[in-house]
Design a protein around this ligand. Structure first.
Ligand code: FES
Ligand SMILES: [Fe+2]
Length: 380
């Protein structure tokens, strides 16, 4: 949502239309970008006890759609409290193990096909009628693990066989947000959107506030669009703060805090907006943290899972009402999705030629550079 920068956009132009319309590029992105980077999945508070699990679906293929590299990953909290991830694939004949997240019955993962049963740590516990099969050893058939990392309470996965260490990939923000104590927050609300636009259009849109006076009059009153700055101006993590106009203000329907304050001092007068390539927006407010997770569904469709995280004490605090933040951002989100969809409609036209970025779109230009470097670097 934020940002102008003191850096200039250097005469950069928007991306060519193919990047928003080519199924071949989409397949390349899923294979080379999403399958080899750390992807935000869920906040740990949503996996509250052993057997709590969630699914992460990468580019789920719809009937009739062109096939792209797709995956389903099962993220589960074990008996020991650890959160692990596994390919959602049975070790017998490959059936999808779980269709939806929730609480696993019996605290085990039971295949719906022939009832092979796996422990929460992936070990194969039981395989009916396999006991007398020569050479069959249960210990050799655990679920296939997927790399995980937990940062600020968010569970990240990486599908690469030997991923870049998370601490290296996220080095520029490690420790930056400890003031908000995000690991102890809880998800007060989740809203899922499906947007008829390419995932990069959503990144580009979140990265600038050039559109705020026209598209978001309510937001622009609380945080005027010229009061933005960047503390991450290049690379795969981009963004920075915007100034809140009113003391004790926040991005809510009333313009005031709607839950217990998470931070003090100067942070009470700022909202921080970051894009974390390739699937997360992180928006830090004085009284809540908003996360957008982007799941590309197709070249021209993106699912967005939005979560509002609050201090768990909000339930007891008189007057606290997370819905004030949900109403506010739900409207801003819908305003954004509408213009992203308009952009998607335009970029597929023969009349589309990449236009020049303004100085207020320097972070959008920086996103494009990081994206192209990632895509071209992966192709080398
Ligand atoms: S495919 Fe899972 S038990 Fe047969
Ligand atoms: Fe916006």
């Amino acid at each position: 949502m934020a940002k102008q920068s003191r850096r200039t956009s250097g005469g950069a132009r928007a991306l060519a239309g193919d990047y928003y319309t080519s199924s071949a590029i989409f397949a390349q992105e899923m294979q080379q970008l999403f399958s080899g980077r750390w992807l935000c999945t869920v906040h740990q508070s949503t996996l509250s006890q052993p057997g709590s699990h969630a699914l992460y679906e990468l580019a789920p293929t719809k009937p009739g759609a062109e096939p792209v590299p797709s995956e389903s990953v099962l993220i589960v909290r074990g008996e020991d409290g650890e959160i692990r991830a596994f390919y959602n694939v049975c070790r017998h004949r490959g059936a999808r193990l779980r269709q939806v997240g929730g609480q696993l019955p019996g605290n085990c993962i039971r295949c719906p096909y022939h009832a092979w049963t796996f422990a929460l740590d992936g070990r194969l516990l039981g395989a009916p009628n396999m006991g007398d099969v020569a050479g069959f050893d249960r210990s050799e058939h655990p679920l296939i693990p997927v790399a995980t990392a937990i940062w600020e309470g968010f569970v990240f996965i990486n599908l690469a066989p030997a991923p870049v260490p998370f601490e290296q990939a996220f080095a520029s923000v490690l420790g930056s947000f400890t003031a908000w104590q995000i690991p102890r927050l809880v998800v007060a609300r989740q809203v899922t959107y499906e947007v008829a636009a390419n995932w990069k259009l959503l990144f580009q849109n979140y990265s600038e506030c050039y559109h705020c006076p026209t598209i978001h009059p309510a937001l622009n009153q609380l945080t005027p669009y010229l009061g933005a700055d960047n503390d991450h101006e290049s690379g795969e993590i981009l963004g920075g703060p915007m100034q809140i106009q009113q003391p004790e203000g926040s991005m809510t329907e009333s313009g005031h805090l709607c839950g217990p304050a998470l931070v003090s001092g100067a942070e009470r007068m700022r909202v921080y907006y970051y894009t974390l390539f390739p699937n997360m927006f992180l928006s830090l407010h004085p009284d809540y943290v908003l996360v957008h997770r982007l799941d590309p569904l197709a070249i021209d469709r993106t699912r967005v899972v939005c979560e509002w995280l609050f201090d768990p004490g909000y339930r007891e605090q008189a007057g606290a009402n997370p819905e004030e933040a949900v109403w506010f951002w739900d409207r801003v989100n819908r305003e954004d999705w509408q213009v992203c969809e308009l952009a998607q409609q335009g970029v597929r036209s023969r009349g589309y030629l990449p236009g020049m970025y303004s100085e207020l779109e320097s972070t959008t230009a920086a996103f494009d550079r990081a994206y192209l470097e990632a895509l071209e670097g992966a192709a080398r």
